[in-house]
Design a protein around this ligand. Structure first.
Ligand SMILES: Nc1ncnc2c1ncn2[C@@H]1O[C@H](COP(=O)(O)OP(=O)(O)OP(=O)(O)O)[C@@H](O)[C@H]1O
Length: 625
C-alpha cells in the first residue's frame, strides 16, 4: 500500500516519533495552509493581515504615551498652581497632558475596535476556509478507489483528515497573530534596548523552560491522539449505533443498551486515563516553569526600581521599562510557544494534506479508449483472478466467460461464491490481479473509470437509501437529469416505484428516510423499487442488478424482473438473485462456486444437466410445495 506511506506517520504510538528536522520540514505545510486560506478569500486574508499590522505597533505606542503622561504629572505636581481647575486650564499648563490623555483615549478605543474587527474577519474567514476544506475533502474522497473505502487504515486517515478540516481554523488566527506579536516584540525590544540593553539578556531565562515543556507536551499529545484514531472511530461507531433510528429496533429487542454503554465505557476509560496523565503532567510542569518566569520578571523589576530610586530613571521610565519588560516577557513566551504550537499543529496538518496526496490506484490510461456504445459483441472475462487487498484468498480465480451483447446473464451461487466480486470487476471498482476483462475487445483498463460508469446502470444489494426526496432518490441515478421530472417518473414506472411514490402524501417531493423533518420511511421492498429506478435513469447499455430485489415479495420480484426483461431488450444485462423463479428468466445462467464457474447454460439446459443448479432449484422448489 504505497499510497499510504508518508515521511513519518507512525500508525501506533509505539512507532518511532519524528525527529526535530522532520518536524521542522513539516512546517512547509503551513505554506500550503496559507495558500489554501488565500484561495478561500483574498480580500479577507489581506484584511486580517492589515489589521494585525496596525495592532502590532500599538503596545509600544501606548506604553510610551503612558510614560509621557506620568513624567508630565510628576513635572506638574512638582510645581503646583493651587486647586482651581480654571486657573490651571487658563494658564495653558494642562495643554500637554490633555493632548496626551486624548491620544491615549484614542489609542484605547481604536485598539478595541481593531481587536473586534480582526476577530470578526478571522471568524468569517475561518468558516469559509473550513467549508472549502470540507468540500475539497469530499471531492477528493469521491475520486479514490473502492479499495480505499474498504480499508480500515484509509478510514482512520479519512477520519483524521475530517477532524482537521474543522479543527485547524485556530491555526490561521494563531499564525497571523504570531506575525503580529513578532512585530510588537521588535518595537518593544527597541525601546527597552535604548534604556537598558542588558535587561534583554534576562528574558530567555524566563521563557526557555516553558518552551521546552510545551514542545514536549504538544508532541506527546499529538501522538496520543493519532495513535488512538482506531479507538476513537470505534467510540464514534458505538455512539452512533447506540442512538440511531436505523439501529434502535435491534438494540432494543436484543437489549443491547447496557452492553454498548459498557463497551463505550471501557474504551473511553483507556483514552481518558492517558489524557488525564498527560494533562496533569502538563499542568505541573507548566506551574513550575511559569514560577521561574515570574521570578525573572521581579528580578528585573527590582533592578529598575533601584535605578529609579537612585535617580538614573524617571518615574515615567520606570513605568515604561517595567511595562515593556512585562510585555516582552509575555510576548516572547507567547511567540515561542506559538511556534511550538504551530509546529505541533503542522503535525496535524500532515494528516489533512497527506490525505489529499492519496492517489487513486486505478489510474486512468494515457490515451483512453471510449466505452463501446452500443456494445456490439460483448464482454469477455479471460482467466480473471482477483484477491481483495490484504487477503490471501482468491475471491475469484481463472474465471473465463463471455457475456454476449444483448444477452441477460444470471449469476447464481452460494454466499461468498464471488458474484458481487464479478460485478465490482466489471464496473472497474477494482482491477483484476490476473487476466483481463474486455468490452468488444477493448480492455477495461484502457478506458477511464468515469466513462465506464457513465455507460453502466448498476444497483447493488446494499444500495443507498438517501435521506433525500423521492424524486432525488431516483434522480441521483443520473445527476445531469436530476431536474428532468418526466424522466424520473418514467424510471419510477419502469421499476414499479411509481405506485409506492403515488401513495406518499407529498409524492415525488416526499423526503424519504427518518433522518429529517417530514421524512417518511419505506419498507425494504419499497426502497428497493426506488433504488432500481435509479438504474433506469441512465441510458446505459449494460444494466446490472446485484440482488437488490431480496426484500421484494415474490409477486413484486416477478413483476420487477418481467419489466426488467422488457426494458432491457437489446441491452446487455447481468442479474444476481437467489430466487430461481427470477433466475430462470435469464438467457443464460452461470453457476459459481468458490470463485469458479461450475456450470453454465439456460435454465432448461442446466436442469437437464442434473448438476448443482438442478439440485439447488429442486431444493427451493420443494420449499414451495
Ligand atoms: N471487501 C472485501 N474484502 C475482503 N474480502 C471480501 C470483500 N468482499 C468480499 N470478500 C470475499 O470475497 C469472496 C466473494 O465475495 P462476494 O461478495 O463476491 O460473494 P457473493 O457471491 O456476492 O456472495 P453473496 O451471495 O453473499 O452476496 C467471499 O469469500 C468474501 O468473503
Amino acid at each position: 500500500m504505497s499510497s499510504f506511506s508518508s515521511p513519518f506517520r507512525p500508525a501506533s504510538p509505539n512507532q518511532p516519533k519524528p525527529t526535530l528536522a522532520e518536524r521542522l520540514a513539516n512546517l512547509r505545510l503551513l505554506g500550503r495552509l496559507v495558500a489554501q486560506i488565500w484561495r478561500t478569500s483574498r480580500a479577507l486574508t489581506a484584511a486580517s493581515i492589515g489589521l494585525r499590522l496596525v495592532r502590532a505597533v500599538q503596545p509600544v505606542v501606548m506604553l510610551f504615551v503612558g510614560k509621557l503622561i506620568i513624567d508630565e504629572v510628576v513635572r506638574l505636581s512638582g510645581n503646583p498652581a493651587g486647586e482651581d481647575f480654571i486657573a490651571w486650564w487658563q494658564s495653558g499648563r494642562l495643554n500637554t497632558i490633555a493632548v496626551l490623555l486624548l491620544v491615549e483615549f484614542v489609542l484605547v478605543v481604536s485598539g478595541d475596535l481593531l481587536n473586534r474587527a480582526t476577530s470578526l474577519v478571522d471568524t468569517i474567514l475561518g468558516e469559509l476556509h473550513s467549508n472549502t476544506v470540507s468540500m475539497e475533502l469530499m471531492l477528493h474522497a469521491a475520486r479514490l478507489d473502492l479499495r480505499h473505502f474498504e480499508s480500515a487504515e484509509y478510514q482512520d486517515r479519512l477520519e483524521r483528515a475530517r477532524r482537521q478540516a474543522a479543527g485547524r481554523n485556530a491555526l490561521l488566527s494563531q499564525m497571523f497573530g504570531q506575525a503580529q506579536d513578532v512585530i510588537t516584540v521588535v518595537t518593544l525590544a527597541a525601546g527597552l534596548f535604548v534604556y537598558a540593553p542588558w535587561l534583554i539578556l534576562l528574558l530567555p531565562l524566563s521563557f526557555v523552560p516553558s518552551i521546552w515543556g510545551e514542545t514536549r507536551f504538544n508532541t506527546l499529545s499529538y501522538f496520543v491522539s493519532r495513535g488512538r484514531t482506531p479507538e476513537r472511530r470505534q467510540l464514534e461507531y458505538i455512539r452512533h449505533i447506540g442512538a440511531n433510528a436505523e439501529t434502535a429496533k435491534e438494540i432494543k429487542l436484543f437489549g443491547l443498551g447496557n452492553y454498548l454503554v459498557d463497551r463505550f465505557r471501557t474504551l473511553a476509560h483507556t483514552i481518558f486515563l492517558e489524557n488525564r496523565r498527560l494533562s496533569t503532567d502538563r499542568a505541573l510542569w507548566g506551574a513550575l516553569f511559569s514560577s521561574i518566569s515570574t521570578l525573572t520578571y521581579y528580578g528585573a523589576y527590582a533592578f529598575i526600581v533601584w535605578r529609579t530610586v537612585t535617580g538614573a530613571f524617571t518615574i515615567g521610565d520606570l513605568a515604561f521599562l517595567s511595562g515593556s519588560f512585562l510585555n516582552l516577557n509575555g510576548l516572547f513566551q507567547k511567540i515561542l510557544l506559538g511556534f511550538t504550537q504551530i509546529a505541533g499543529q503542522s503535525l496535524y496538518l500532515d494528516d489533512l494534506f497527506s490525505f489529499f496526496e492519496i492517489k487513486p490506484a486505478i489510474a486512468p490510461p494515457e490515451n483512453p479508449k471510449p466505452f463501446p456504445n452500443p456494445i456490439a459483441q460483448g464482454i469477455v472475462f479471460e482467466k480473471v483472478g482477483f484477491r481483495y487487498p490484504e487477503t490471501d484468498i482468491w475471491a475469484i480465480r481463472d474465471l473465463s466467460f463471455t457475456l454476449n451483447a444483448g444477452e441477460t446473464l444470471a449469476l447464481v451461487g452460494e454466499n461468498g461464491a464471488g458474484k458481487t466480486t464479478i460485478v465490482k470487476l466489471l464496473t472497474r471498482l477494482y482491477d483484476p490481479d490476473e487476466g483481463r476483462i474486455s468490452v468488444d475487445g477493448v480492455d477495461l483498463r484502457e478506458m477511464t473509470v468515469d466513462d465506464i460508469h457513465a455507460h453502466i446502470g448498476v444497483i447493488f444489494q446494499d444500495f443507498m437509501r438517501y435521506s433525500f426526496t423521492a424524486a432525488d432518490n431516483i434522480g441521483v441515478g443520473s445527476v445531469a437529469d436530476n431536474e428532468d421530472r418526466p424522466r424520473i417518473e418514467n424510471a419510477a414506472a419502469s421499476s414499479l416505484a411509481d405506485a409506492v411514490i403515488n401513495k406518499l402524501p407529498l409524492n415525488y417531493e416526499q423526503p424519504l428516510g427518518r433522518l429529517f423533518n417530514k421524512g417518511r420511511d419505506l419498507s425494504g421492498g419499497e426502497w428497493q423499487k426506488v433504488a432500481i429506478a435509479r438504474a433506469y435513469m441512465r441510458d446505459a447499455n449494460l444494466v446490472i442488478l446485484d440482488e437488490p430485489t431480496a426484500a421484494l415479495d415474490a409477486k413484486s420480484e416477478a413483476q420487477v424482473f418481467e419489466r426488467f426483461k422488457t426494458l432491457t431488450v437489446g441491452k446487455t444485462a447481468v442479474l444476481i438473485s437467489h430466487r430461481f423463479s427470477t433466475v430462470r428468466m435469464a438467457d443464460r445462467i452461470l453457476v459459481l462456486e468458490d470463485g469458479k464457474i461450475l456450470e453454465a447454460g439456460s435454465h432448461e439446459q442446466l436442469l437437464a444437466l442434473a448438476g448443482r443448479y438442478a439440485e439447488l432449484f429442486e431444493l427451493q422448489a420443494q420449499g414451495y410445495r
